[in-house]
Write a protein of this length. Structure first.
Length: 142
């Protein structure tokens, strides 16, 4: 499995690479920023982790082989590792597997910008991108 971009499912990798290009960041830097942002937002696992802590339970994550990439490849801050670790333990996954699932989930939550980036990659020069954007907004109920 793994946390390197090439180890992720092809569709996930394509979305994350596209987002990295749009952000004008190397892929590893973009994935780092994505994981930091996801750790900064509240997640359902936080309530479980808080309950476990209030009961005096161990919230240390299982450290799998992929977890080292979070430090060596993505250089995640200690606070981000702590949050992801607590969530991984609460969800019942090893840390690396949890981070992988987070990246896959992020890629699956396509935004209007994602749709426009994808259309931009395959569009012919005569395609009216404003009309495409309007159609995507309409389809999304925006």
């Amino acid at each position: 499995m793994g946390l390197a971009i090439d180890d992720l499912p092809a569709d996930t990798a394509a979305v994350l690479r596209r987002r990295a290009r749009a952000a004008e960041l190397p892929v590893a830097d973009y994935l780092r920023a994505e994981l930091v942002a996801r750790a900064g937002a509240r997640a359902p696992e936080d309530a479980v982790a808080e309950f476990l802590e209030s009961e005096g339970r161990d919230t240390a994550p299982e450290i799998d082989a992929d977890a080292s990439a979070l430090v060596t490849v993505y250089d995640l801050p200690a606070e981000t590792l702590t949050v992801l670790g607590r969530r991984a333990r609460a969800a019942g996954y090893p840390l690396g597997d949890y981070a992988r699932r987070e990246l896959i989930a992020s890629a699956r939550r396509a935004t209007l910008e994602d749709a426009m980036l994808e259309f931009g990659e395959v569009a012919d020069p005569g395609l009216d991108m404003a009309a495409v954007a309007a159609a995507v907004r309409y389809a999304r109920g925006e």
